[in-house]
Write a protein that binds this ligand. Structure first.
Ligand code: PLP
Length: 403
């Protein structure tokens, strides 16, 4: 856990310099990787995380590590939060947040559409711990207000949501959560710290899968929680050190290197995604395109108010998607048919609605109706990378020709 003491600077300067300084011994301008798991300590140093605090020296990498510290500084500076803690994956961060904020007898209100593993964790594992879960369509803040109970301790949104890019009004839901003394967390992986600012809009915690835009190059898995110094200090001690889902220094180094170009990359992702989304919207074989930057997105006005970058994620639909997926996967040559997102390489993956509903979302009939009205049946999730948009459009045009 590292607190952010950086002066306020432009976002590009922040992305490059926050958390970094030339090596005081060698003068190396680029950050070094400290892979050591153990650090020489003074005799009498505590062996228990119980005594862990800001002043604790480096002792053991599961507690803290200089390379991971650098990344945490940079993340906090990018988000404008007091502090950040890095984890071994986005899911390790989500798990740590649940363990920190919830206990047996508590109640969690969560978006009915969220990343599959998050949704699946709240189907069985979280209820097994004695925590009640209510899934709501968070595109209407009133649904959150209606779901809150006296024992609701956490409201958890994913915005834009994976995979349908539905948005939550973060300011409104934050108000509702706080009126009921619940904490409010937002998984903002899809927008990155460049595209949304949940803490400024009132959230207590932000989750990022660092694996996606922040790393940006598809070669390191990581996650983070961002929030106040007080919360992060407690999460660090009570959960991260003791449950051990921490980030490796090597991955921290790769991710911090990726993060230095995040503002520039997000600009290019947005530019490419807008061009591709407009092309898809004009294509006769495409029956639906969902992109927050298009006026046709049902929440475009909210997107304009709360997002500062529309990001690179585009969802689209064609008739008989499952059959089309095979053809599209075979004919694409620039865009890779693969999971994940936020990389420099464009990636596309087909998600059949009924399977997602069965395995992950498990919605009420009303929620399913709202999901289908928003996203239709069967969607392609396209992560627009950093290639020339004309090449992506040509690739998609060729693939769509034969469906
Ligand atoms: N949150 C969102 C929105 C995601 O899309 C993902 C992964 O795709 C995660 C969390 C989990 O992140 P990770 O794969 O780094 O564990």
């Amino acid at each position: 856990m590292t607190e952010n003491h950086q002066p306020v600077r432009g976002i590009r300067t922040t992305a490059i310099h926050a958390g970094e300084s030339p090596d005081p011994v060698t003068g190396a301008a680029a950050p070094s990787i400290v892979m050591s798991t153990a650090f020489v300590a003074d005799a009498g140093t505590s062996f228990s995380a119980e005594d862990f605090g800001d002043a604790t020296p480096y002792l053991y990498t599961r507690w803290k590590n200089p390379t991971v510290d650098q990344l945490e500084h940079k993340l906090a500076a990018l988000e404008g939060s007091e502090a950040a803690i890095a984890f071994g994956s986005g899911m390790a961060a989500v798990t740590a947040l649940f363990l920190y904020t919830l206990k047996a007898g508590d109640h969690l209100v969560i978006s009915d559409v969220s990343y599959a593993a998050t949704a699946e964790m709240t189907n069985e594992l979280i209820p097994r711990l004695g925590i009640a879960v209510t899934k709501v369509d968070m595109s209407d803040p009133q649904n959150v207000a209606d779901a809150i109970r006296p024992n609701t301790k956490l409201v958890y949104a994913e915005s834009p949501s994976n995979p349908i890019l539905r948005l939550t009004d973060i300011e409104a839901v934050s108000q509702i959560a706080h009126d009921h003394e619940a904490r409010f967390a937002v998984d903002a992986t899809f927008s990155s710290p460049i595209g949304s600012h949940p803490i400024r809009l009132g959230a207590d915690f932000v989750i990022h899968s660092l694996t996606k835009y922040i790393c940006g190059h598809g070669d390191a898995i990581g996650g983070a929680i961002l929030g106040t110094a007080q919360d992060m200090a407690r999460i660090k001690k009570d959960v991260a050190i003791r449950t051990g889902g921490i980030l490796s220094p090597f991955n921290a180094w790769l991710i911090q290197r990726g993060a230095t170009t995040l503002p520039l990359r997000m600009k290019a992702h947005e530019e490419g995604a807008l061009a591709v989304a407009r092309f898809l919207e004009s294509h006769p074989k495409v029956i639906r395109v969902i992109y927050p930057g298009l006026p046709s997105h049902p929440q475009h006005e909210l997107a304009r108010r709360q997002l500062t970058n529309f990001s690179g994620m585009v969802t689209f639909q064609v008739r008989d998607g499952a059959r089309a997926a095979k053809i599209i996967a075979d004919r694409l040559s620039v865009i890779l048919y693969a999971v994940s997102l936020g990389h420099q390489r464009s990636l596309v993956f087909y998600l059949p609605t009924s399977e997602m509903l069965r395995t992950s979302f498990r919605m009420t009939p009303a929620q399913e109706q709202s999901y289908r009205a928003f996203a239709g049946d069967g969607i392609f999730r396209l992560s627009v990378g950093l290639e020339d948009p004309e090449d992506l459009i040509a690739d998609l045009a060729y693939a769509l020709e034969c469906i």
